[in-house]
Ligand binder design. Structure first.
Ligand SMILES: NC(=O)c1ccc[n+]([C@@H]2O[C@H](COP(=O)([O-])OP(=O)(O)OC[C@H]3O[C@@H](n4cnc5c(N)ncnc54)[C@H](O)[C@@H]3O)[C@@H](O)[C@H]2O)c1
Length: 337
């Protein structure tokens, strides 16, 4: 089929291919390990794509939303795998958004101490982010994604046909994550059609993951825009979805870099052009939020090992900047509040 893009995630003997394009689901068989005899299909009700495979297949539906992203769900799945007599010569196929691929991936990482998994991403966020790079996991009542494993898939399918049924808000969330890739390299992603753009985002993520699989350093760049985003999600009690918060976080990161003299105002305008104009995402901090609270939440960010820490654009490109003073952070927030 023409129009498909094949992107390699180069991780030595764990390298794999990501197939991107309309109709890519037909290529599922090409990324399933040849040794697999049976497949456990993990999905959710209402997901439009079915896995097209010759293999004997057992279907498992899991709940929808972060509340179902639990160890209990993983336990239920693993019990199902045991009942079907799954072995390391079979394969788990996760068909869904990031929630499904995180859960299916973690169940695959845990069952029999690791069985192969293939992801079929059906949300934009899954395609450009969650299904790529091998991070899997579930939530605890104490926090998001607190239990998990690095477990690379054997292959990933990003079939753009799935996006036809994606609700607008989920599409916006994917666009929020996609927007960050516009600033991680010098590429003109706006000049690309959606297939090429998604494939390029996958390539950028693959490159970062290949250089820092277990998030010791460079992988933190993928958190561009995320420091304020996490604070906004908490401060709004998750009324703002993750991707919506990332969109605002990107604009804030641009303002902060400008206040700190790292980028000119024209570069801030470029952030607006992508986030606000091209992707039509909201760029204002919601009313009723206060700088003091947001700064306090940002101090608690996972990256914040030495004072306030951000991923910021600058003359050398986007990089992690630790020990940022509070004054420029306040100035940047004041521009947006
Ligand atoms: N592992 C990683 O590297 C990584 C990266 C980013 C996010 N994540 C995780 O991803 C999750 C968010 O993923 P998401 O944004 O894809 O949300 P999601 O998986 O929760 O899906 C959102 C909703 O859309 C529905 N849906 C999915 N595909 C559909 C389609 N094609 N048509 C109609 N409805 C569809 C789902 O059933 C769900 O109700 C979070 O749990 C987050 O922690 C993981």
């Amino acid at each position: 089929m023409s129009g498909l893009r094949h992107v390699q995630v180069p991780l030595g003997d764990r390298s794999y291919e990501v197939v991107v394009g309309h109709g890519a689901a037909e290529f599922l068989g090409t990324v399933i390990p040849p040794s697999a005899k049976r497949a456990a299909l993990v999905t959710q009700p209402g997901i439009p794509l079915d896995a097209e495979t010759e293999l004997e297949l057992e279907r498992f539906e899991i709940g929808v939303g972060e509340r179902a992203k639990t160890l209990d769900t993983v336990g239920e799945l693993c019990r199902g795998f045991a009942r079907m007599g799954m072995t390391r010569h079979d394969v788990v196929v996760g068909v869904g958004g990031g929630m499904v691929t995180d859960v299916a991936g973690f169940a695959a990482a845990s069952y029999h101490r690791g069985v192969p998994v293939v992801h079929v991403a059906t949300t934009l966020l899954g395609m450009v982010d969650a299904a790529i790079g091998g991070k899997t996991g579930v939530n605890l009542p104490e926090g998001k994604n607190l239990v998990g494993a690095f477990w690379q898939p054997s292959g990933v399918i990003c079939d753009l046909d799935a996006l036809d049924t994606l609700p607008d808000r989920e599409m916006r969330c994917g666009l929020g994550e996609m927007a960050k890739y516009h600033f991680l390299t010098g590429d003109d992603l706006l000049a690309m059609d959606l297939t090429d753009r998604i494939a390029r985002c996958v390539e950028i993520k693959a490159d970062v993951v290949a250089s820092d699989e277990r998030e010791g350093g460079r992988r933190a760049l993928l958190n561009y825009g995320h420091t304020l985003a996490h604070a906004l999600e908490v401060a709004t009690e998750h009324r703002l979805a993750h991707g919506e918060a990332v969109a605002i976080g990107l604009i804030f990161a641009a303002h902060l870099a400008n206040v700190m003299g790292r980028i000119p105002v024209e570069r801030v305008d470029e952030h607006f052009a992508v986030v606000g104009e091209e992707y039509q995402l909201a760029t204002d901090i919601p009313t009723g939020l206060h700088a003091d609270d947001l700064i306090e939440l940002m101090r608690r960010d996972k990256k914040a090992l030495t004072g306030l820490t951000f991923v910021l654009d600058g003359p050398e490109g986007v990089e992690v900047v630790a020990g940022v003073d509070e004054a420029p952070v306040r100035d940047a927030l004041a521009r947006m509040l």
